[in-house]
Write a protein that binds this ligand. Sequence first.
Ligand code: URP
Ligand code: ZN
Ligand code: ZN
Ligand code: ZN
Length: 467
Amino acid sequence: MRTVIQNGLVINSSDELHADVLIEDDKVVALAVTGSELASSWTAGADKVIDATGKYVLPGGVDAHTHMEMPFGGTVAADTFETGTRAAAWGGTTTIVDFAIQQKGSSLREGLDAWQAKAEGQCVIDYAFHMIVSDVNDQSLKEMDTLVGEGVTSFKLFMAYPGVLYSDDGQILRAMQRAGDNGGLIMMHAENGIAIDVLAAQALERGQTDPKYHGVVRRELLESEATHRAIQLARVAGSPLYIVHLSASQALAEVTTARDKGLNVFAETCPQYLYLSTEDLAKPGFEGSKYVCSTPLRPMEHQAELWKGLRTNDLSVVSTDHCPFCFNDQKVLGIGDFTKIPNGLPGVENRMDLLHQGVVDGHISRRRWVEIACATPARMFGLYGRKGVLQPGADADVVIYDPNAEQVLSAETHHMAVDYSCYEGKRITGKVETVLSRGRVLIEGEAYHGRKGDGAYVPRETCQYLT
Ligand code: URP
Ligand code: ZN
Ligand code: ZN
Ligand code: ZN
């Protein structure tokens, strides 16, 4: 099967070029300047020629932070691996890295097997796993080594959620030391959960039960304190560190300080922190629950700082932390007690578009868009070369993006299995037109040709982004 994508502007993180792309079966085999003799020679033997005139041709998006079917707060995230990866494809994402969870008292292996079983045969796009370590002990530390060897090369730890996913500083230090030795990357949920739980209980005692208090008790200081502590522990352990879902500018300042010292400290933010704020959390009639996630949304003034962090590379990746719960039957579990609202937002379908809007609005360049959404997440999590770049030898995961199309985001039209959109009514300039996953066309205009089970599990290398 030979496919040629003609006449588009190919955008990689490193450069832009008016080039045609030759795909054979599941791989990109060559790029050549549009109109050149070489490029012109490709159409004769091609099975499919796609005209991308006036369009961008990008490597497929890599969303390095999703939670399909995640059990949380007495319920389960609404997108399955099938519905969630289908929605991702509609939004121009062709690889997800989801989080397998070690249950307390169980092994990492049991957790990973359980997540592999959930995903197997269900995914529309390629997928990989990080491992959430919720029980750091001698056995799980040993298992970390084995998992790195198998392609699960990153481990999320929680400074939040005491009694559930929480690790104390000693456990964190031990896991970091292990990662320092075995090449794994520690991903940190950096919020001081012990202090947050005290403030949450005090708020409930005062009768402060509405969703907005979720944001009030999860103080910015408790994110920056935990971020600072995680960085110092990583320095002691001699391991690299990746801060997930960073939302507070004070936490970003901690990351910047560390990076200015040349440390291997990285951070991601998410579209919700770039576009939504505590004003959304304060919406009346329990609407605010739609915006409950952790770390929480922050006041509007943090957004400019986060965009700046994306420009300076103090924030290196934008992931979604896609963890959707329906308003009607899941978010409502927290009526009368904000601590019982399942934490998480839908977003896997919207990331490429919301970041393109950042290009349109002048926050980032086109190449930086591709860098934070495709190339760096691939490098950070050991997928680069195959994913995150259009070059010979890469998987033919390709997005043809119309930069001039107009669309309105809405739950009426999105493909995520959740009954609301955080961005209801938001206008976006730019839209995914065609999506290929390893050479197969999944999306073609309004047509969907994806098939569950076609997405493959991708074992990962260790981090390719260390200095
Ligand atoms: O609110 C969130 N972020 N839910 C998903 C779990 C996590 O901490 O990433
Ligand atoms: Zn988290
Ligand atoms: Zn998450
Ligand atoms: Zn539902």
